[in-house]
Write a protein that binds this ligand. Structure first.
Ligand SMILES: Nc1nc2c(ncn2[C@@H]2O[C@H](COP(=O)(O)OP(=O)(O)OP(=O)(O)O)[C@@H](O)[C@H]2O)c(=O)[nH]1
Length: 278
């Protein structure tokens, strides 16, 4: 029995070193997914530490195992082995947890984003508008919304095709995003309709912002290659905007949308490419 002690001891230490080596794979995967920065360096440092421990295990096995003469001598190799299991489990769980969190975040993002325009979708908009309206009501803060509709969009689709129509939609979404503040919430409400929520904004202030946005859209042209691929076609569109704000008569989000829709209808009736307030 006592003869087998060095063999047993080396078994624990070598298996421990193998487990440590296996722990490098998940840590390396995490390390390579991270952008350059402090966190990446920390995981890189952990890889170096694991390598250092592997060398330590081997050196220990080389110089100590032959002197084993009683079962108590196995305590250190067993601790080494258990320590290696611990490192492997922690590293594997870290990778799995990080991947799951990243997947959950991606799903969450997909659930609230319109895939074509990459801005918020209608579901998210309705939830946020409800929340923002309640918040504004509770603190007696102003709040306005824009309902934006592209003028004669059907003609763009009919003349240039649905794919170019999609490009125009994307372009307008980006123009709206770039013309407004970070705190404004921009969403695709329907086919060629967008809604912007402007927290802490009075209706008369939002009128100026809407006018500016309307002008930006009017002046920006989308350049696409013609069918021959030689010429460039420049496509310009305009938008009509209906504005509504919270008042003592209009206190909830349904009323805001209804009023903005009425204002938009007036803008369309009046000749399009204009802003109207409810
Ligand atoms: N390319 C593309 N077109 C879309 C999308 N969603 C809706 N549309 C088109 O948007 C057009 C909307 O047409 P209408 O409701 O008649 O409105 P309009 O031509 O913009 O006219 P006005 O709003 O009255 O100025 C239709 O031709 C739809 O097919 C989309 O995701 N991509």
């Amino acid at each position: 029995m006592l003869d087998t002690l060095p063999l047993l001891g080396s078994g624990f230490v070598i298996c421990g070193a193998i487990l440590l080596a296996m722990a490098i794979a998940p840590v390396w995967k995490l390390f390579s997914q991270l952008p350059t920065g402090g966190l990446r360096y920390s995981w890189g440092f952990l890889i170096l530490l694991i390598l250092f421990f592997i060398v330590g295990y081997i050196v220990y096995a080389q110089f100590n195992l032959m002197t084993f003469s009683q079962p108590l001598d196995l305590v250190v190799p067993v601790i080494f082995f258990c320590g290696a299991i611990f490192v492997l489990v922690v590293c594997t769980l870290s990778l799995k947890t990080t991947s799951d969190i990243m997947q959950m975040n991606a799903l969450k993002q997909e659930n609230i984003t319109d895939p074509l325009t990459d801005i918020f979708n209608r579901r998210y908009l309705e939830r946020r508008l409800k929340e923002e309206t309640q918040k504004a009501q509770s603190y007696s803060n102003p709040l306005s919304i824009f309902l934006i509709d592209i003028d004669h969009f059907k003609i763009i689709n009919d003349n240039y095709g649905h794919q170019i129509g999609d490009l125009v939609l994307k372009n307008i979404a980006q123009n709206i995003k770039m013309s407004l503040r970070e705190s404004d919430i921009i969403a695709r409400y329907g086919g060629e309709e967008f809604i912007v929520i402007l927290p802490l904004t009075q209706v008369f202030t939002s009128y100026t912002l809407a006018e500016r946005l309307r002008t930006v859209v009017e002046n920006s042209k989308l350049a696409i290659p013609s069918d021959t691929g030689i010429d460039i076609i420049s496509i310009g569109v305009t938008v009509s905007i209906g504005i509504a704000g919270l008042t003592s008569e209009c206190k909830d989000y349904q009323c805001l949308i209804k009023n903005a829709d009425t204002a938009l209808y007036q803008a369309k009736q009046n000749g399009r490419n204009q802003v109207r307030m409810a």
